[in-house]
Write a protein that binds this ligand. Structure first.
Ligand SMILES: N[C@@H](CCC(=O)N[C@@H](CS)C(=O)NCC(=O)O)C(=O)O
Length: 257
């Protein structure tokens, strides 16, 4: 069975998990132990997959690999221009939409940890963004203004002509990746999309996809972390419920090692 090293609190992990659930691909979900030298994620990031010994990291690479291997043409069409548009979005994702997490979501989640727990070379830029936001008295305002620009850009560059980002008629792997960054902010009360009707309609379309609430149980239980600052107890409670919701799907929880 496909092994996915990931976590319900991790945006790129959720997009991989959701893609597998949507396509009825059973998985084992492993919460990695980053200090365990033998772990495939030692000193690295999640998500990572282990497909019968083939180990792959980076969410866009994982989603494209799984889509091609399992013929998920609804999410990753054979049409080369649609596929190129999906790839275009996924290349921009890391330095565009991903900043929604680094400037708004993570700083508000990590108050419960008192800072950033650990680092590695892959997380250097991310951690700079998070640290800046946490140290800034106007961190919330600056994060919200940046995300407003990101949303505006996504609306103009990707959602002007269709219901989904890359011109597909149903959600593609680009939509899954993007939603994990934007959708979480609405649930956390960190983003108000009332002025962004196009983006708001898209997040509603994404929420209507099957198994949304189970895959996002962590976010739904965590709730508003703007008005009521996060705490470790609350974070752990949301993780426990998030994992329980995933266990009720075709996701088997396995320990690392
Ligand atoms: N570019 C990576 C980003 C992965 C990422 O940021 N993972 C985070 C969790 S959401 C992580 O592993 N953080 C721990 C660390 O960097 O040490 C991808 O798209 O998969």
């Amino acid at each position: 069975m496909l092994r996915v090293y990931g976590h319900p609190a991790s945006q790129p992990s959720r997009s991989v998990i959701w893609a597998c659930v949507l396509n009825d691909l059973p998985i084992e979900l492993i919460e990695p132990d980053p200090d365990r030298e033998a772990s495939v994620t030692a000193r690295g990031q999640i998500p990572v997959i282990d497909d019968e010994g083939f180990v792959l990291s980076e969410m866009p690479a994982i989603l494209a690999y799984l889509a091609v291997k399992h013929g998920w043409t609804n999410m990753y069409p054979d049409d080369i221009q649609l596929r190129a548009r999906i790839t275009q979005y996924l290349h921009s994702h890391h330095t565009l939409t991903r900043l929604a997490t680094m400037t708004l979501m993570a700083p508000h989640v990590l108050v419960a940890f008192g800072g950033i727990p650990g680092s590695n070379p892959l997380s250097y830029v991310n951690n700079l963004c998070i640290q800046n936001a946490m140290a800034d008295d106007d961190g919330l305002g600056k994060g919200q203004r940046l995300v407003a620009q990101i949303v505006d850009y996504l609306e103009r560059a990707y959602l002007a002509d269709g219901d989904f980002l890359a011109g597909t008629t149903s959600a593609s792997i680009a939509d899954l990746a993007c939603y994990e960054e934007i959708g979480q902010l609405e649930t956390a009360n960190l983003l108000d999309l009332s002025e962004n009707k196009v983006m708001r309609a898209w997040t509603r379309r994404m929420r209507d996809l099957p198994h949304h609430d189970d895959v996002h149980r962590y976010n739904l239980v965590l709730g508003d972390i703007k008005t009521v600052p996060n705490s470790m107890e609350r974070f752990l409670g949301a993780v426990t419920e998030g994992m329980a919701a995933l266990s009720a799907l075709n996701v088997r929880m396995v320990s690392d090692g």
